[in-house]
Design a protein around this ligand. Structure first.
Ligand code: OSB
Ligand code: MG
Length: 485
């Protein structure tokens, strides 16, 4: 397989209702899409980085930069045998998992399309239907929160997650438990608490929560391990797990009992599957988190959620909860039982609506792979002519010099000494050297486009012309000199 080119697009998509967490309020989602041309088959991926670095260190801008300037150069002109190898090829770049996941997922999509099977089967999914929950942002009032939860339960969603932050925690949970005593309920703090806040989190235990998601520092496994010792309610980690190694450490430390897996946060399907397998072996259930994705990212989340150990309902919900009109066809729909059917169509199983995508695009950048261009990331050294060629050029120049000196001795007017005539002949050779150098330069820089300016600013074709004209002129002067003698 070979990626012939990728196209980056940034879309501005307005949410149906603003989404508020403990760290920020999102009204319009900035979404980066990666369209990869893999052997002529188009695959789509979505980068879930946000406009700010408040959830993870990555942003839309860093992801664009990393995709264009580092990930694409690592992939272009590279031959590989399956999408499962892409993660390894990108290993030279540290971190930047969201940028990596976007391009990796696009290649997984293209590969499944090439094989003629749905992506979820291609990654080894076992479920043809996935269980769905919803994530509800912080609301203006408790009444609004209750109304929102009622609406989602009526739509069939199997579990409710609400966002909490200091001052907006006990009351909303208590109220929801009063109204809905039996629902599957959980909270997500997005790192809003400190280790000292544990007594408050302990109070939440009275409300039979399924789990408390990411209460403490976004990168603090140790504090979560200490907290989990004090709590019976399972801690679920989100922000803390951005590599397979973090997952292993979290499980070994007892920092959580459940893990939320997000493709973007861990760098794509290869690592997501490894974390999934590790959790399965360790008896840790997982579920698929969401990042307010467009239909493209949602389709990938559906595929991921079909893996066996995704045994809890995820934050994968219907298109209409987020967008007036999604960018895929058909839109993602949730059954009255709160499930999504894994699609039967090839690849991600949904078609990109190009007209809608174009209409929402605020910038785009196509990156193509010229067939003749070597992979710069792999070999920084430009191609150079072989040694034999260089040695024979030296011999040819020496021979030409010798001949010129002989001709000079015989034909130049006997004005002064013989050595002066030899020097004169050498000077007449300068244009020939210039032609030779310019040819060598073209060979060394690998450019055979004459009009292209070299790094020194020489227009090579003009240089050659000047050299040739100077040779001819020198010739005519010599002939003139001879006839004048
Ligand atoms: O913590 O799970 C999170 C959205 C943006 C950033 C982080 C999170 C979320 C959500 C929304 O909870 C999940 C969804 O896509 O519905
Ligand atoms: Mg979360």
């Amino acid at each position: 397989m070979k990626v012939r080119g990728i196209t980056l697009r940034e879309l501005a998509m307005k949410l149906v209702t603003p989404f508020e967490t403990s760290v920020e309020r999102t009204v319009t989602r900035r979404i980066v899409l990666v369209e990869a041309d893999v052997d002529g088959v188009a695959g789509w991926g979505e980068c879930v980085a946000g406009g700010t670095p408040s959830y993870s260190p990555e942003t839309v801008e860093t992801a664009w930069h990393i995709l264009r300037d580092f990930l694409w150069p690592l992939l272009k002109n590279r031959e590989f045998s399956s999408a499962a190898e892409v993660w390894g090829l990108l290993g030279w770049v540290r971190g930047h998992t969201m940028a990596k996941a976007a391009i990796e997922a696009a290649i997984w999509d293209a590969e499944a399309k090439q094989k003629g099977i749905p992506l979820w089967q291609s990654i080894g999914g076992k479920r043809s239907e996935i269980a769905c929950g919803v994530s509800i942002g912080i609301q203006e009032s408790l009444d609004e929160l209750v109304a929102e939860v009622r609406k989602e339960l009526a739509a069939g969603y199997q579990r409710i997650k609400i966002k909490i932050k200091p001052g907006r925690d006990l009351e909303p949970v208590q109220r929801l438990r009063q109204e809905f005593p039996r629902i599957r309920l959980m909270v997500d703090a997005n790192s809003a608490y400190r280790a000292e806040d544990w007594p408050l989190l302990k109070q939440l235990e009275g409300f039979y929560l399924m789990m408390i998601e990411q209460p403490l520092g976004w990168d603090d496994l140790y504090a979560h391990a200490e907290l989990q010792k004090k709590l019976d309610t399972p801690i679920c980690l989100d922000e803390c797990i951005h590599t397979e190694e973090h997952a292993r450490a979290a499980i070994a430390l007892g920092a959580c009992k459940i893990i939320n897996i997000k493709l973007g946060r861990v760098g794509g399907f290869t690592v997501a599957r490894r974390i999934h397998d590790l959790c399965q072996r360790s008896g840790v259930p997982v579920w698929c988190g969401g990042m307010l994705e467009s239909g493209i990212g949602r389709a990938h989340n559906i595929a991921l959620s079909t893996l066996e150990n995704f045994s809890l309902p995820g934050d994968v919900s219907a298109s209409r909860r987020y967008w007036d009109e999604d960018i895929i066809e058909p839109e993602v729909v949730v059954s009255p039982q709160g499930t999504i059917q894994a699609p039967a169509a090839h690849g991600i199983g949904f078609t990109s609506r190009m007209a809608r995508i174009e209409a929402l695009t605020v910038r785009g950048e196509p990156l193509r792979c010229p067939v003749s261009e070597p992979n710069e990331a792999r070999s920084q050294t430009p191609s150079v002519p072989g040694r034999g060629l260089i040695y024979s050029s030296l011999v040819a120049i020496w021979a030409l010099n010798f001949i010129a000196a002989k001709i000079g001795l015989r034909r130049l007017p006997p004005l002064t000494t013989a050595s002066f005539r030899v020097v004169m002949a050498g000077a007449a050779m300068l244009p020939a050297y210039l032609v030779g150098w310019s040819w060598c330069w073209r060979e060394c820089t690998g450019s055979n486009r004459g009009a292209r300016r070299s790094r020194r600013g020489f227009p090579e074709r003009e240089l050659t012309h000047v050299a040739v004209r100077a040779t001819l002129r020198a010739g005519s002067i010599l002939r003139g000199g001879r006839s004048g003698a």
